[in-house]
Design a protein around this ligand. Structure first.
Ligand code: ADP
Length: 309
């Protein structure tokens, strides 16, 4: 568990960003030792499936995939929530176009933003966006816990959690707090990216979290004329999934539209038409749902018992 300040710009004295409407975070809260999540009573009884999206390092498109899985599942008629667990560098305010919206408290419960057919919550709307988010380990634990427990998620088929990159405090807190259906690991095709992704994969397994699958992002570049260029290579993440015996959910190409729609906060546009991007995202959602169904099937069934008095 790190106790050092994170994201401190060089030469700047560490100054924690003040949480705005979140109840005070108790900096003395100690993150408890890891325990199997099965032993916990679920803190989100209305949520059927909690799915974490992680990556070995930043910049591989983890948040992009988390957002588009959430929106894609919602477009299939499911009730979906998306939690920005990337408390050090929240991307959801931009990617979901939340800039003009204000966070809302009802009693002491945060009301999620309802955009693009999903319910979303992000610490990016609760703190000053200009200030660096400096959380010591226990504070990161407290902030994540509050976002999970004090958001009015209601009934959800899926809660997608966009984790910070790497293998840190938040993933540990999440595993202690929630019973997950599983995790999705996002990876780009290069060899070095696979090594990082493998570490994330092993972290989930160590935390007793099933791997629902690996996604290869930035798999190739499709130019306007339809020609494909394998800028970062292709198929590396699939190979890594095969080698480690985990499912491969699909590949998403580098596309201008995906980057633009993310910057504009309009992920719904990614699903319009029969484009290679829309088809790739559709395949991801189908395969993820397949893995979730498999996981439900494998989950221990409650056996009926007969009591004779
Ligand atoms: P991470 O969460 O891993 O740090 P992001 O999801 O924030 O990465 O993505 C980093 C940048 O790359 C963003 O600007 C995003 O729009 C862009 N991006 C991600 N995936 C793709 C893709 N397949 N095609 C084009 N741009 C992408």
């Amino acid at each position: 568990m790190t106790t050092e300040p994170i994201n401190t710009p060089p030469g700047t004295p560490p100054k924690p960003a003040a949480p705005v409407p979140l109840p005070q975070i108790n900096p003395t809260t100690q993150a408890p030792r890891p325990q199997p999540p099965q032993q916990k009573a679920p803190p989100l009884p209305g949520v059927k499936h909690v799915i974490a999206v992680g990556a070995g390092k930043g910049g591989v498109g983890k948040s992009t995939i988390a957002v588009n899985l959430a929106v894609g599942l919602a477009q299939r008629g499911h009730a979906v929530g998306l939690l920005d667990g990337d408390i050090y560098g929240p991307s959801l305010p931009t990617m979901l176009g939340l800039d003009a919206l204000a966070a809302n408290l009802l009693g002491n419960m945060l009301q999620p933003f309802y955009v693009h057919g999903i319910k979303a919550m992000t610490i990016g709307k609760l703190v000053d966006p200009e200030k660096p988010l400096i959380w010591r380990g226990p504070m990161a634990h407290g902030a994540f816990k509050q976002l999970v427990e004090q958001t009015q998620w209601g009934q959800l088929d899926y809660l997608i959690i966009d984790l910070p990159p790497g293998t840190g405090d938040v993933a540990l807190t999440m595993a202690q707090l929630l019973k997950l259906t599983g995790a999705v690991v996002v990876c780009t095709p290069q060899r070095v990216a696979q090594d990082d992704a493998l570490r994330a994969l092993r972290m989930f397994q160590q935390l007793n979290i099933d791997i629902l699958g690996v996604v290869e992002n930035m798999s190739c570049f499709i130019a306007d004329d339809g020609k494909e260029y394998d800028i970062f290579g292709k198929g590396g993440a699939q190979l890594m999934a095969q080698r480690t015996g985990v499912p491969f959910l699909g590949a998403v190409p580098i596309t201008m539209a995906l980057r633009q729609n993310s910057d504009l906060g309009n992920p719904s546009a990614n699903f319009q038409g029969q484009t290679p991007l829309a088809n790739a995202l559709d395949t991801l959602c189908t395969n993820l749902q397949g893995q979730v169904a498999l996981s439900d099937f494998k989950a221990p069934q409650r056996t009926p018992t007969l009591t004779i008095n």
